[in-house]
Write a protein that binds this ligand. Structure first.
Ligand code: PRP
Ligand code: MN
Ligand code: MG
Length: 179
């Protein structure tokens, strides 16, 4: 049903599973003994967060923040809004931000600066990186997949808050957002 709106699959369910397992193993080695706060950025990170943490085999805590910069369209508004903050003391803590995608980089730059200002040690893991979209200078320590400059949905990524529940990442047909 949703599939009819998808031009092509960019990253399959199987590829996401395999890569999340690999990243989980790398992160286990990185964070063993550090009890990191694994911080999912709502709403897009939810499916990747759920997949990734199954493969992190050390003590960790989980929390969430909500920020928004897209407000519905296909283009970043340029303004990042903090909608829900963390509920955890973070001074001196290792924080692993979990994101679905870095595009312009504005969301992650904003978050990283905010959390570092509060005294946390911040690293980033993202499922997708779209380097051609970058406007501000920020990079993740760990990336699942580097993708071309196309509007993608699925596995957490939305168009107008829809399509997040697709089990893969796909390119949305242009006719869906041009009408
Ligand atoms: C999307 C995406 C990232 C961010 C990336 O979130 O989930 O958080 O934009 O874009 P950027 O690098 O250009 O800042 P969005 O603001 O759409 O909120 P959502 O996660 O609730 O969809
Ligand atoms: Mn997001
Ligand atoms: Mg969005």
């Amino acid at each position: 049903m949703l599939e009819k709106d998808i031009e092509k699959v960019l990253v399959s369910e199987e590829q996401i599973r395999v890569r999340s397992t690999e990243l989980g193993e790398i992160l286990t080695a990185e964070y063993e003994g550090k009890n990191p706060l694994v911080l999912g950025i709502l709403r897009g990170s939810v499916p990747f967060m759920a997949e990734l943490i199954k493969h992190i085999d050390c003590h960790m805590e989980m929390d969430f923040m909500t920020v928004s910069s897209y407000h519905g369209g296909t283009k970043s508004s340029g303004e990042v809004k903090l909608i829900m903050d963390v509920d955890t003391a973070i001074r001196g803590r290792d924080i692993l931000i979990v994101e679905d995608i870095i595009d312009t980089g504005r969301t992650l730059k904003y978050l990283k600066e905010l959390l570092e200002h509060r005294g946390a040690k911040v690293k980033i893991v993202t499922l997708l990186d779209k380097p051609e979209g970058r406007i501000v200078d920020i990079d993740a320590q760990w990336t699942g997949f580097t993708i071309p400059n196309e509007f993608v949905v699925g596995f957490g990524l939305d168009y107008d808050n829809n399509y997040r529940n697709l089990p893969y990442v796909g390119v949305l047909k242009e006719e869906v957002y041009s009408k």
